[in-house]
Ligand binder design. Structure first.
Ligand code: M6R
Length: 617
């Protein structure tokens, strides 16, 4: 939540900050702002709304009476996802201290801000926003004695919560000081200039050389170098990593939106994730899983998956595959609930945290709960260097590349692919599948990206036509059974998050226990009816739905003619093993949601009220 960017160096800072914010806008887009050192003052420009409003405000500012910006650039920028305080210009970051000489950009939450604010106000601080974050600027001013680094370290000790921030001072041109606690902050190393941001894309166009910060660390950026320190001021060594992302991968590559581009990248992303891990015909090689050894995988008695949103749905698919193939019991838990329960979990359990961003606060907390109870913890995530990768006993990386659209698509399918790999590895280690069956499942898994490409290449005419007919509806029901149930849940989530249409998703067998009362002739019911051991049961449920006059839109397997008599519209996907069909069935549903949102004129890449990375609970 919220994106921070900062620059020190010889170049004009405004365009660099703005370009960085554009790359971080997926983290929040309620309002945005920049602070730029300008001689004896810091110019602050903020605007409510997406970055186009900030761009206008910046243009106005440079055409108006503001003094010209000095060539030597020191500046910070922020794009906000509101937590405390309304979406107003006053609440937009950067915030500043009472004497306006210290500016800060913050991501996260200061939990003790009420107490701190009371004491600061008593001491004469004047607050200009309703945010929790502003206390940090005043605290730094309180501690400032000619040394910004020391003041940030002292302020850091006063704070409780989870946050990352970057500070600058009029009195120290060419210096930025960052601090990190449980929210991401990454440094980009240039020649004679340095960058800092909430994520690598903030400066990827300028440098691929990055240094990751850990929690409870302070970083000091000057044009000629970067220092990492403990909060007590002890220097820390930090290696420079080279990221292999291409800046172009962050662009739309000819597609109208990032979401559409990312939907079309799914077959490659799954192929990449499976890759050499399934190179052998009869064995899965998960590579280095840290402390999650083969011995441990052979002996765990239960798996608990903790995740949120779409990642939770990936865990649900994973449960079906692991239980079916490896015969290990699996529970899938919503992380925000799990973390506040007193869960029964311990040394015989493997807890798997799933998160595309690797920074979701609730998932991290759920993993910590399990680790503290003695469980082994594995992370399935897409981003190297995130907190999740550092706190887990082992990491199984998905290889989706950068996902910019807020709606998860290619990260979802790669998470599911990671679960398939894990399920087969467990089956292999535990002898749960006969060698012949294991080889067959591996072969089918390797063929899956090819089938996904077929779905993507098949054209979208039917999906677009149906979307055109139903986009004005204000309620959709989604149904599934067995491994298609998580896809019904995911399809419903995709539609609601990008089109703002109410959806419900149910296990089809549950319909008659209540939800069927919602249906009438106007209700579109989307049924994930791909091949499965319970397809005939699902068809009975479809008949119950149709008896109420509802319109059935089915996702079905090519060659299944029985469904023709039971559905008004059919989106076809190729035949595969029933356990693998979720990765095919989800594609038409992503596209369906996409076209409906498009018909409603909505911005699918940045749906309202959402953010790509949810670092607050
Ligand atoms: O980064 P994570 O995978 O942990 O994010 C969890 C959810 O916020 C996320 O999956 C969300 O539901 C999706 N953006 C929805 O498309």
């Amino acid at each position: 939540m919220c994106g921070i960017v900062g620059y020190v160096g010889p170049r004009e800072v405004r365009p660099l900050l703005f370009a960085g914010l554009e790359k971080l806008e997926y983290r929040g887009y309620d309002s945005a702002g920049i602070s730029v050192l300008n001689g004896e003052q810091i110019d602050l420009i903020r605007a409510v709304g997406d970055l186009s409003f900030l761009r206008d405000a910046m243009a106005e500012n440079s055409n108006g009476s503001a003094p010209p910006v000095v060539a030597d650039g020191t500046g910070i920028g922020h794009t906000r996802w509101a937590t405390h305080g309304l979406v107003t210009e006053a609440n937009a970051h950067p915030h500043y201290s009472t004497n306006s000489r210290i500016h800060i950009a913050v991501n996260g939450i200061v939990e003790n801000y009420v107490t701190l604010k009371e004491s600061l106000v008593k001491d004469g601080s004047v607050f200009t926003s309703e945010t929790d974050a502003e206390v940090i600027a005043h605290l730094i001013e309180r501690h400032y004695n000619g040394d910004l680094t020391k003041a940030v370290r002292d302020a850091y000790q006063d704070l409780i919560g989870h946050y990352a921030f970057v500070a600058m001072s009029v009195d120290e041109p060419g210096v930025l000081v960052g601090a990190r606690k449980e929210c991401p902050l990454v440094v980009g190393r240039g020649e004679g200039e340095q960058f800092i941001g909430s994520a690598v894309p903030a400066f990827l166009k300028e440098t691929k050389r990055v240094q990751y910060m850990n929690d409870d660390e302070i970083v000091v950026l000057r044009p000629d170098g970067v220092e990492f320190l403990t909060v007590d001021g002890e220097p820390l060594a930090r290696e420079i990593d080279e990221v292999d992302w291409d800046a172009d991968t962050a662009e739309k590559g000819g597609y109208e939106t990032f979401m559409l581009k990312e939907i079309h990248e799914q077959a490659d992303a799954v192929a990449e994730t499976i890759g050499e891990r399934a190179a052998a015909e009869d064995s899965i090689d998960l590579g280095d899983l840290g402390q999650i050894s083969d011995h441990l995988l052979r002996n765990i008695s239960r798996i608990v998956v903790v995740a949120c949103g779409t990642s939770y749905h990936a865990g649900l698919v994973g449960r079906y595959a692991i239980e079916e193939w490896a015969r290990v019991p699996v529970e899938v838990e919503i992380a925000s609930e799990y973390r506040y329960r007193n869960p029964v979990v311990g040394p015989n359990d493997l807890v798997i945290g799933v998160s595309q961003s690797g920074e979701t606060a609730d998932t991290l907390a759920a993993m910590a709960t399990a680790r503290n109870a003695g469980a082994s913890v594995l992370a399935i995530t897409n981003i190297v260097g995130t907190r999740m990768t550092r706190e887990a006993d082992g990491v199984l990386f998905t290889r989706a590349g950068m996902e910019i659209g807020v709606a998860a698509t290619k990260t979802f399918v790669t998470q599911v692919a990671a679960f398939y790999l894990l399920a087969l590895r467990l089956a292999e280690l535990r002898g749960a599948l006969a060698p012949h069956d294991l080889s067959s499942r591996i072969a089918e898994l390797k063929h899956l990206p090819h089938l996904m490409s077929e779905v993507l290449d098949a054209g979208t005419a039917t999906i677009e036509k149906v979307a055109d007919q139903v986009y004005k509806q204000n309620f959709f029901m989604y149904l599934g059974r067995n491994s298609s149930l998580p896809i019904a849940l995911e399809g419903a989530l995709k539609l609601k998050e990008i089109s703002y249409i109410a959806t419900d998703a149910y296990a089809a067998g549950e319909m008659k226990h209540g939800p069927i009362a919602l249906l009438d002739e106007s209700t579109p019911v989307v049924v994930v009816a791909t091949n499965s051991p319970v397809l005939s049961k699902l068809i009975s449920n479809i008949q119950e739905v149709r008896a109420r006059g509802a319109r059935v839109i089915a996702v079905a397997t090519e060659g299944d003619t029985e469904i023709d008599a039971h559905a008004d519209e059919i989106f076809r996907v190729p035949a595969t093993n029933a356990m693998l069909s979720p990765l095919l069935a989800v594609i038409p549903l992503q596209l369906f949601a996409y076209f409906i949102a498009g018909h409603r004129g909505l911005n699918v890449d940045r749906p309202r009220n959402l953010a790509k990375t949810v670092t607050v609970e």
